[in-house]
Design a protein around this ligand. Structure first.
Ligand SMILES: C[S@@+](CC[C@H](N)C(=O)[O-])C[C@H]1O[C@@H](n2cnc3c(N)ncnc32)[C@H](O)[C@@H]1O
Length: 287
């Protein structure tokens, strides 16, 4: 979730920060801040469609967003376009309700029925077979053993149509497992903070946190906390193949002439030793 736009490194603040009930932090909405900080549903949807078309030479119509939170991607997917339909699956009723209140109204009224909010576990929730399934912002890293991961991937394979793509993102690089590190990014009216709280190299378990800080020195601490296994690309690729996907592609971020990431991703066989990278891993079901 700290992905896409990299911030600048800062030492963690030790100082107590005030949180009066009238502070900016107390008045802020964590889902809105999250959306502004780490999500870009329009960019995601274009990328997903490009990946699908490059495999099957036609446009996808249906998308299932696993771990959907506020289902921002589902709403963007349905948008104003054709017959597109989306299912968002999340365990937690709170972000789903937020999405229905704030994201769904962005979809033109007659099309809103094409967005389905499903409260349930991604491993058991039943939805019609989809062209694309996506699990974004590293959410599947909550599965900490190969068996758990393979089990989830097998379920995803079964939830795709005869032909389809399963699109996962992942982060890594030596900076991304540095303990007690904070990266800050100044956004409109607040600062987004990605904290790498703790990393255990024996198990590759990591605790990561998002905080939001404001100009009145108030802070929304631990707005989101994640307890993940930090998988590697080859592990995810191998487990996707074990689960039954026909092949797996890795999309790596393109660089400009100064070596900076462009935000565009293309299929690659080899990567470069970036200290903090994001990539997409795509399991393809060819039918
Ligand atoms: C990291 S957030 C991802 C939100 C959104 N997908 C995004 O890209 O920003 C993780 C979400 O996964 C949900 N979640 C965790 N375990 C789940 C499970 N087994 N089944 C369904 N949702 C789950 C949580 O409730 C939370 O909303």
């Amino acid at each position: 979730m700290g992905k896409k736009k990299k911030g600048k490194k800062k030492s963690p603040r030790k100082k107590q920060i005030r949180l009066a009930s009238d502070s900016m932090a107390a008045r802020a909405d964590r889902y809105e801040l999250y959306l502004q900080s780490v999500q870009a549903p329009d960019v995601d949807v274009k990328f997903f469609q490009r990946v699908y078309k490059s495999n099957f030479k036609q446009a996808a119509q249906s998308l299932r967003e696993d771990f959907c939170g506020t289902a921002a991607v589902c709403c963007e997917w349905v948008g104003k376009r054709g017959e597109r339909e989306a299912w968002g699956v999340d365990l937690d009723a709170e972000p789903l309700a937020w999405g229905q209140q704030f994201n769904l109204p962005l979809v033109p009224e007659p099309r809103r029925d094409l967005v389905h909010f499903v409260e349930g576990d991604v491993r058991t929730a039943k939805t019609p077979p989809a062209d694309i399934i996506t699990a974004q912002n590293f959410s599947y890293c909550c599965f900490k053993t190969r068996d758990e991961l393979r089990n989830y991937f097998k379920v995803a394979l079964g939830n795709l149509k005869k032909q389809g793509v399963f699109i996962l993102d992942l982060f890594g690089g030596y900076e991304s497992i540095e303990d007690e590190r904070e990266d800050e990014r100044d956004l409109k009216g607040f600062t987004y903070v990605w904290e790498q709280h703790k990393y255990d190299p024996i198990n590759a378990f990591g605790i990561y946190k998002i905080h939001f800080r404001f100009d009145d020195r108030s802070e929304m601490k631990d707005a989101f906390v994640y307890d993940w296994r930090i998988w590697t690309i080859p592990e995810v690729r191998e487990v996707l193949l074990e689960a039954g996907f026909d092949h797996v592609d890795v999309y790596w971020e393109d660089e400009d002439e100064d070596g900076e990431g462009t935000g565009q991703y293309s299929k690659q066989k080899y990567g470069t030793c970036d200290p903090a990278w994001n990539a997409y891993i795509v399991g393809v079901k060819t039918g």
